[in-house]
Design a protein around this ligand. Structure first.
Ligand code: ZN
Length: 307
């Protein structure tokens, strides 16, 4: 086994076996032992410009819109948070890279096949309910996807409603945040189905996506069956994991790639060594920006099942 982590990433979407070790590392990092991931010293990602696929889909012209300077008001909103405006994401692809089916095995993915220089932010669990973060997203309108755990959000379902009202979807992340592969098939199913029911009732729309805590069990038939029986039509993992000021990368070169899904958490000063949720999120945006990426909406790259 080549352990130098430098193997090229062409097959990375399916390299879950290799990712398992990294996932374990993330699981322990959840206990906040300090990832200690140093900032990539001025790493420049510009050289890895992707080739347009020429697959007859969307025109590449939309990928970089030089004239797309943000309006004055937007710039002021970003300045309020000590940030420079992110480059707006290109128009969503008409032909969605991920197409979900109504039935059968659900796909497992940790990135999206695209040549757009975009990444996707997902925020998990729901523990920290900082009103300042709602204010920040209302100002900046950066798209996120939330994977919420019932027992962690049920003391204040309402906190997430203004975030949802901004167009951000709420997805399934179990009832109690267990290590799924340690549970019986029946218990796995109830973890998924009961969170599905609670979130559907609270937020008026059924989650289409599921994420297992720690990424555990994602590729097991038992968990896939549970997800199928409860409603979500895909299992979503991640490529990078936001810590406090920087990300942990699964890729050896520690660079974002087009279509990467980033994991972050609703966390506050207790988990972030004194940093706030908004400071963490500002740092995440800065890390994305310095590598030349925009943040796109995950739903814009997914075709839901035909009804
Ligand atoms: Zn979680």
């Amino acid at each position: 086994m080549n352990r130098d982590g430098r193997s090229r990433t062409r097959t990375r979407a399916r390299a879950y076996a290799a990712g398992a070790l990294a996932l374990l590392a993330f699981a322990t990092a959840c206990g906040d032992n300090g990832g200690g991931a140093a900032a990539p010293a001025g790493a420049k990602a510009a050289s890895a410009a992707p080739q347009p696929s020429g697959g007859g889909g969307t025109p590449a012209a939309a990928a970089t819109a030089p004239g797309a300077a943000p309006a004055e008001g937007d710039a002021a909103a970003w300045a309020k948070w000590n940030l420079k405006p992110l480059t707006p994401a290109p128009a969503p692809p008409a032909d969605k890279p991920i197409k979900l089916e109504r039935s059968g095995t659900v796909p497992v993915f940790s990135d999206v096949k695209t040549t757009d220089k975009v990444v996707f932010i997902t925020i998990d669990d729901g523990a920290e309910k900082d009103p300042k973060f709602v204010e920040m997203l209302t100002d900046l309108k950066v798209p996120i996807t939330m994977f919420l755990t019932k027992d962690i959000v049920k003391n204040d379902y309402g906190y997430f409603k203004p975030l949802q009202a901004l167009g951000n979807h709420i997805q399934n992340h179990t009832v109690t945040h267990p290590v799924m592969s340690k549970l019986s098939p029946e218990k796995q199913k109830s973890e998924v189905c009961e969170d599905q029911a609670a979130l559907t009732q609270q937020y008026g729309t059924a989650p289409l996506l599921f994420r297992p805590p720690f990424g555990d069990g994602a590729n097991t038939p038992t968990l896939n069956n549970s997800v199928q029986q409860c409603g979500p039509r895909a299992i979503v993992l991640w490529r990078e994991s936001m810590q406090i000021h920087d990300m942990q990368y699964q890729a050896g070169d520690k660079k974002l790639k087009p279509g990467d899904i980033i994991l972050a958490h609703f966390r506050g000063p207790k988990e972030l060594k004194g940093a706030t949720m908004t400071q963490m999120f500002a740092d995440l945006l800065a890390r994305i920006q310095e590598q030349g990426f925009s943040v796109a909406r995950l739903d814009d790259y997914i075709q839901p099942p035909a009804s």
